[in-house]
Design a protein around this ligand. Structure first.
Ligand code: PGA
Length: 246
């Protein structure tokens, strides 16, 4: 089964109306790649309404659908802003905002219930890698999610983001990343072979125009979740081109 490359721009807490509009004008879409822009919440609806060649993603979501949860944004709200993808369980959410595997699981459920694509982030930190527990950590982060139905799991995207590679300029080597992607795909194969073959597994952590092509060539790397380099439309265009050419 051919998996179409998916390349996502995670703007984190950067940008304003002007910088996002000019990014939108400069970004050039590539053939054979689905590109997604995940701007901060306040800019979603203006980006949604503009003419665009990419899909829209959100960086976070509430696990609740509605209620007295000041400051939260629900999956239904995102859907009404024409969002297609929602990042869940990013390591910054886990480390800085106490997002546990259980919360990530609830978020994935609410996202899928709105028929949106949940992009579940998993990944080990430096200590865990050095201790040789990377696969155990990934297994643990996937465990609850893999209790969902096959139909629900097939709507997921998994993003492998080693924490030590995020924002550090120290990307995993293509072999190192592919080894973990392969582990994740084998884990998905325990659900069904169809799931394993169809779910896209993205790599994230210091993806740049100069390392994207090597990562894109790896058999189990189906795209990228890009932070820093996505703020620049030209760099993000080049990363998309690298995946489109793979
Ligand atoms: P980075 O961030 O590309 O700046 O390393 C990736 C991410 O956090 O998704």
């Amino acid at each position: 089964m051919q998996r179409k490359p998916l390349v996502m721009a995670n703007w984190k807490l950067y940008g304003d109306f002007e910088s996002i509009s000019s990014w939108q004008q400069s970004f050039q879409t590539s053939d054979n790649v689905d590109a997604v822009l995940c701007p901060p919440f306040p800019f979603l609806s203006s980006v949604a309404k503009a003419e665009r060649t990419f899909a829209l993603g959100a960086q976070n979501v509430s696990q609740h659908l509605e209620g007295a949860f000041t400051g939260e944004v629900s999956a239904r709200m995102l859907k009404s802003c024409l969002v297609d993808y929602v990042i869940v369980g990013h390591s910054e959410r886990r480390a800085l905002y106490g997002e546990t595997d259980q919360i990530a699981f609830e978020k994935v459920q609410t996202v899928i219930a709105q028929d949106l694509r949940a992009v579940l982030c998993v990944g080990e930190n430096q200590e865990e890698r050095e201790a040789g527990t990377t696969f155990d950590i990934i297994e643990q982060q996937l465990e609850r999610i893999l209790t969902l139905s096959e139909q629900d799991i097939s709507k997921l995207v998994v993003a492998y983001e080693p924490i030590w590679a995020i924002g550090t300029g120290l990307a995993a080597t293509p072999d190192m990343a592919n080894e973990v992607h392969h582990f994740i795909r084998n884990r998905l194969a325990k659900v069904t072979q169809d799931v394993a073959q169809s779910v896209q597994i993205l790599y994230g952590g210091s993806v740049k125009p100069n390392n994207a092509a090597q990562l894109a060539k790896m058999p189990d790397i189906d795209g990228a979740l890009v932070g820093g380099a996505s703020l620049d439309a030209q760099s993000f265009t080049e990363i998309c081109q690298a995946f489109g050419a793979s």
